[in-house]
Write a protein that binds this ligand. Structure first.
Ligand SMILES: [Zn+2]
Length: 242
């Protein structure tokens, strides 16, 4: 794989995200001692310099701050459960989406028409409130010599979704990664999603969907190609709301 400027941008973002979380690692010794005294998970399995016990202690503080008793039977196991859930929600930090696309097939019999993968469902979390973002992604590309297994496109979506996100960034990262690695004649990505930070808090607008898109190459320069793609996915940019 050639490292072109866009990929560097992505890698830079990745390492910045790691550094940003690093500043929350300075737990006090007292917090640590409390966690050990309660018999919580040992402070092993450190990620980004934060041990599991420290991460659980942080959740315990949030439960207390919310107004509940963290030692109450019903919530006693919650810190450990939430941290295990975080391992799932944010598994994307440990995978490189470019690797997923490395394996391509060149025996395509000259197929150069649009490849569309529609309605890839995803769950992500907004980086402002850590609230769920739930929606679907439509991905298309115009192959140039190489095609990729379609499950790989869904995998790329999943890796980026399982990080702290905003929908605009998610859209760009998916499109640019496919563009950089496959170097096709064009890439189109449309995302439709509901943001729980908007539906369950703040302005409280359930049913509101956000639509974002990124069109590259042929999808950007040729209105006919773009229209064909939008028709294939049901024209979400115009008015489909689910
Ligand atoms: Zn939010």
């Amino acid at each position: 794989m050639t490292a072109n400027p866009s990929m560097w941008r992505f890698r830079l973002f990745h390492s910045t995200a790691r550094m940003a979380t690093g500043k929350y690692t300075n737990q006090t010794n007292q917090t640590r001692r409390d966690a050990v005294n309660r018999g919580d998970s040992a402070n092993t399995d450190a990620r980004n310099g934060v041990g599991r016990g420290d991460a659980e202690a942080a959740v315990r503080i949030l439960i207390q701050w919310a107004g509940d008793d963290p030692d109450r039977e019903g919530v006693r196991g919650t810190p450990a459960r939430l941290i295990r859930a975080y391992e799932e929600y944010f598994a994307g930090y440990h995978n490189d989406p470019a690797d997923v696309l490395e394996r391509t097939f060149e025996e395509t019999e000259g197929y150069d028409e649009m490849v569309v993968l529609r309605d890839i469902s995803f769950q992500s979390h907004c980086e402002h409130h850590i609230a769920p973002i739930i929606g679907c992604v439509h991905v298309a590309y115009l192959p140039r010599k190489r095609v990729v297994g379609i499950s790989k496109l869904a995998r790329v979506v999943e890796i980026f979704a399982r990080r702290l996100q905003i929908q605009e960034k998610l859209t760009t990262q998916i499109a640019d990664t496919i563009n950089d690695v496959l170097q096709p004649n064009g890439v189109a990505v449309v995302i439709e999603a509901a943001h729980h930070c908007m539906t369950t808090r703040g302005i409280h607008r359930p049913g509101t969907m956000m639509v974002t898109s990124r069109m590259l190459g042929g999808f950007r320069s040729d209105p006919k190609t773009r229209r064909e793609f939008l028709t294939m996915i049901g024209n979400p940019v115009n008015h489909r709301m689910r």
